[in-house]
Design a protein around this ligand. Structure first.
Ligand SMILES: Nc1ncnc2c1ncn2[C@@H]1O[C@H](COP(=O)(O)OP(=O)(O)OP(=O)(O)O)[C@@H](O)[C@H]1O
Ligand SMILES: [Mg+2]
Length: 436
């Protein structure tokens, strides 16, 4: 099992992830994003493809900016921008840029690195992460301000969540829908995608039609021509219902570089402005593709002994067999025990069993149980009546809300008087800090 311990490097908590802005021509930003989106050390919170938009987006307070300088009309405009920003900037200059430009940019305090033509992100990601974390830790004079500075950032950044497990009927679709409704209620632009085939669950649970659906996107896999016309909206929540024809399931199993792969669907969606993408992922079929497109996993299972074993197997599948094919850090796996009722295993008992199995298999510890959700008859009633499951009572909505705090940011903000948070889309602004 050599190498498995490297999991610790990936086990980055949501708090620690570096908030990153990517700026450059669309094709470059797209390539960078592809390489960063599944790396849980980073949260790409926004993109910019022109300087004015970049200025506007500085309000998001990125900690790091990866900037292709060719979007600026010349070195003066670029320098002007760089002198104003307090983010750590990594600048990529065109080949024709002279040594003098390179040198003068390197001298600016915000500039942490200057590169020619492109940056090898897989090599540089570790360095950027280390530098930004060092900067964070090294700002003692910012004391109080520093605290607010971090917490006022975008809530949770970009999250691509696969809601998955190998347990059929455990509540994956129910919880995917609930987490999506929760994100939308927080004012975050959210896309929920059904990957089960045929997808009967999302249309039923959310009272939507079965068409348009994902089939339309497969035929035209772009944002404007594929996502926009094929979503159905519920307030800020947009839903792309899954395929209806069982024979088409294999259409979802495509390599990441295929323009009609789930990976590209996620990239299209984030370009279209979604900060949260939730994939209702089936037990079999396209689960592999969904996992490879995600940076977060919510594993929904039930508090029964056999399911502890099934879940340990699922964990092994994702973190051993598929290990190099996704970048869900082990710290970004959230285990949910759903449909708990008296007589079933307690969370501790269940975790002990799952953990014993993962240890026997030599793959370290099983991730902790994030929430236990009781069996609430009203959930099934609401689902079948097409009412929001979040109306099914506090026993169900409470755990979903707490998961929302962890996944989307928020936490204490809603409980402590002195930490009132206003929600503006995905940005959280702490009263008294931003206004000051
Ligand atoms: N906490 C709960 N309390 C009561 N009923 C629940 C709860 N969670 C889910 N259900 C019900 O369990 C049934 C199965 O849920 P759901 O369809 O979400 O599971 P799934 O894991 O997506 O299933 P599949 O593996 O078939 O995709 C539904 O009728 C749903 O309403
Ligand atoms: Mg389902």
């Amino acid at each position: 099992m050599t190498g498995w311990n490297a999991e610790n490097e990936e086990a980055v908590s949501a708090e620690e992830a570096v908030v990153m802005l990517l700026a450059g021509p669309p094709s470059r930003v797209n390539a960078w994003f592809t390489s960063l989106q599944m790396d849980s050390r980073f949260r790409v919170n926004t993109f910019s493809t022109d300087p004015q938009d970049l200025e506007n987006k500085m309000g998001y307070n990125p900690e790091a900016i990866l900037l292709d300088a060719t979007i600026f009309s010349g070195p003066e405009n670029l320098t002007n921008f760089l002198t104003k920003t307090t983010s750590a900037v990594y600048v990529v200059l065109p080949r024709e840029a002279g040594d003098d430009v390179r040198k003068s940019l390197s001298d600016l305090p915000s500039v942490r690195g200057v590169f020619i033509n492109d940056i090898n992100l897989s090599q540089m990601a570790g360095r950027i992460y280390a530098e930004v974390i060092a900067l964070r830790n090294q700002a003692p004079t910012m004391g109080q301000v520093g605290k607010g500075y971090r917490t006022e950032r975008i809530a949770g950044g970009l999250r691509v969540i696969t809601v998955w497990s190998r347990t059929g009927g455990s509540g994956k679709s129910t919880i995917a829908a609930a987490l999506a409704l929760e994100a939308a209620q927080r004012g975050i632009k959210t896309l929920l995608v059904g990957l089960g085939v045929p997808d009967i669950s999302l249309p039923t649970f959310l009272n939507l039609k079965t068409t348009p659906n994902l089939f339309g996107w497969l035929a035209n896999p772009t944002f404007e021509g594929g996502i926009r016309p094929n979503i159905q909206s519920k307030g800020l929540l947009d839903v792309m219902v899954g395929l209806q024809d069982g024979i088409k399931e294999k259409e979802l199993v495509k390599p990441p570089e295929d323009p009609a792969s789930i990976n590209q669907l996620v990239i299209n969606a984030t370009f279209g402005g979604y900060s949260i993408v939730i994939l209702d992922t089936p037990v079999s079929g396209a689960y592999f593709n969904a996992i490879s497109a995600s940076n977060t996993m919510v594993m929904v299972t039930t508090p029964m002994l056999d399911q502890a074993v099934v879940s340990a197997e699922a964990y092994r599948m994702a973190f051993k067999r598929m290990r190099d094919q996704h970048r869900i850090g082990v710290g970004n796996v959230f285990v949910v025990l759903n449909r708990y009722r008296p007589g079933l295993l307690s969370s501790n008992e269940w975790h002990e069993a799952a953990d014993a199995y993962t240890q026997t298999m030599g793959i370290g510890h099983f991730p902790p149980v994030a929430e236990v959700i009781p069996d609430v008859p009203e959930v099934a009633l609401a689902a079948n009546a097409g009412r929001s499951v979040l109306t099914a009572g506090d026993d169900f909505a409470g755990p979903i809300h707490r998961l929302g705090d962890v996944l989307y940011g928020g936490g204490s903000g809603s409980t402590h008087e002195d930490q009132k948070v206003m929600h503006f889309g995905p940005i959280r602004i702490r009263k008294g800090i931003v206004g000051a």
